[in-house]
Design a binder for this molecule. Structure first.
Ligand code: F0G
Length: 459
């Protein structure tokens, strides 16, 4: 900690999204002590007499500086999160940043999926290409660094598997101990194995994700444990950078739509916040519409928008094979509603069969993703059918997790076993064209040749 840093005015402050109360530190539950709602970071120094400035720089200077950093060998500059540090809360000493060189993920054009969805230009921002295989790393580098700065030795989260994998990795890298609460039997083995390997104390609670959150919220009131769920505003600040990257990768040409999966609704809130801030700072002149897609079995935001225009939400008991978004009581729903309203985005729901089909379609574009990420393509198809997305619109799907995150789902899908014995059994005909089960053969050239010939004639 340098004297200079401690005496400088804070670059960002924390503000309650409900009552507007402003503070510089948060309690361990990251709730407003006045009204109990969520906090968000805001940057009072951006308003200057010579117009909006972040880190004292104009829009064009920021763009230039961020590009220059790509040539730097400094760990902080090599991180696709800290590269944009003018738009993030500042650490007292950047040496404290825990980074695995997260971010800098690819933006791929999806040609086959574009044809399937009926649009001309479709991109995938693949956040599964982060160090632990999900978008969570972009938030975790930020929030775990603040945990370390605040002097905590324990960090904790409730998770459907990706947050826990990410937290466990960043905690270990930063010399912190981590506690993971996950719903027993409801997360993929890949994600569970990550948190074990990265060194977390991993507890499988006999409840769902929402039950894990309840236990954790009480725990942090009793123990000096730093909460790393997405109610932590520093997590969302880090996650903002994916939106900045998308714009930079499109050479600051604003796409018409960005489509994200919705679970606990932190990520949609973060990406939307980034877009709004980029516009405030003059880095873009208009906003893309940010749309949120939920699984039908875990659709509290979709219902809220339909039934009350986002004024209230009814928690539900959630169920979907896309276990990452199996969430019935999303913490950040008010922030997400604000993003939908400010960007003019839509909220849609998609069925289990639609998710499974879209996942295989993204796979066969040579990209792949985990089930929760595939709601984006499934949702896009619906939004094209309803006319909300036009054929000539440019759309970016945010793929949140890597294809290897849930191999059990993928193998069951291709073997035609995913929906066996379920209520969806009758709808699976539409999946046939995307199912590519492994073929067991005698070890002879003839046998393989026959398969090759038959595959050739069916293509
Ligand atoms: N996609 C994936 C792959 C996720 O892991 C999650 C959330 C989401 C989408 C939804 O993002 O919650 O910000 O709306 N996973 C959390 C976890 C809940 O614990 O890993 P959200």
């Amino acid at each position: 900690m340098t004297n200079q840093a401690t005496t400088a005015p804070p670059i960002s402050r924390l503000r309650c999204i409900q009552c507007g109360a402003v503070r510089d530190t948060a309690d361990q539950d990251f709730r407003c002590p006045e009204c109990g709602d969520l906090l968000e970071a805001y940057f009072p120094g951006w308003v200057t007499p010579s117009g909006p400035r972040a880190g004292g720089m104009s829009a064009s200077e920021l763009k230039e500086r961020w590009l220059q950093r790509k040539l730097s060998l400094l760990p902080l500059d090599q991180s696709g999160v800290w590269r944009f540090r003018e738009l993030l809360p500042a650490l007292n000493d950047s040496i404290d940043a825990i980074t695995l060189r997260e971010g800098n993920t690819p933006l791929y054009q999806l040609q086959r999926c574009a044809r399937i969805a009926g649009v001309q230009t479709l991109f995938a921002k693949h956040q599964g290409m982060n160090p632990t295989g999900s978008f969570k790393d972009t938030g975790m580098t930020c929030a775990s660094s603040f945990a370390k700065q605040a002097g905590f030795s324990w960090v904790a989260c409730a998770s459907t598997g990706n947050t826990s994998a990410s937290m466990a990795a960043y905690a270990s890298r930063g010399g912190l101990k981590s506690l993971v609460l996950i719903p027993e039997g409801k997360i993929s083995w890949s994600k569970l194995s990550q948190s074990l390997d990265y060194g977390a104390v991993t507890c499988q609670l006999k409840t769902d994700f929402d039950g894990c959150v309840r236990v954790l919220n009480d725990l942090v009131k009793r123990m000096p444990v730093y909460l790393l769920n997405s109610v932590n505003p520093h997590r969302l600040e880090g996650q903002k950078t994916a939106a900045i990257e998308i714009l930079e990768q499109l050479n600051w040409e604003v796409p018409d739509h960005i489509i994200v999966p919705g679970g606990n609704l932190g990520n949609s809130s973060a990406l939307g916040k980034a877009l709004i801030e980029l516009k405030e700072l003059g880095l873009v002149s208009r906003l893309p519409k940010l749309s949120i897609i939920q699984a039908h079995g875990a659709n509290p935001l979709f219902r809220s928008m339909k039934e009350s225009g986002g004024k209230s939400i009814q928690p539900m008991s959630a169920d979907t094979l896309a276990t990452a978004i199996r969430i019935g009581n999303p913490a950040s729903w008010k922030k997400a509603v604000r993003v939908l309203q400010s960007t003019g985005g839509a909220c849609e729901e998609v069925s289990e069969v639609e998710i499974a089909l879209a996942k295989a379609e993204i796979g066969s574009d040579g990209i792949g993703c985990e089930p929760a990420s595939a709601v984006t393509l499934a949702g896009l198809k619906k939004l094209v059918r309803s006319g909300f997305v036009k054929v000539q619109d440019t759309t970016v799907l945010v793929l949140t997790g890597h294809v290897l995150k849930d191999p059990d789902f993928t193998i069951a899908f291709h073997k035609g076993e995913l929906f066996k014995g379920t209520q969806f059994g009758e709808q699976v005909g539409v999946l046939k064209s995307e199912q590519r089960a492994p073929i067991v053969l005698d070890p002879t050239v003839d046998a393989v040749q026959r398969v090759l010939k038959s595959a050739e004639s069916s293509h």
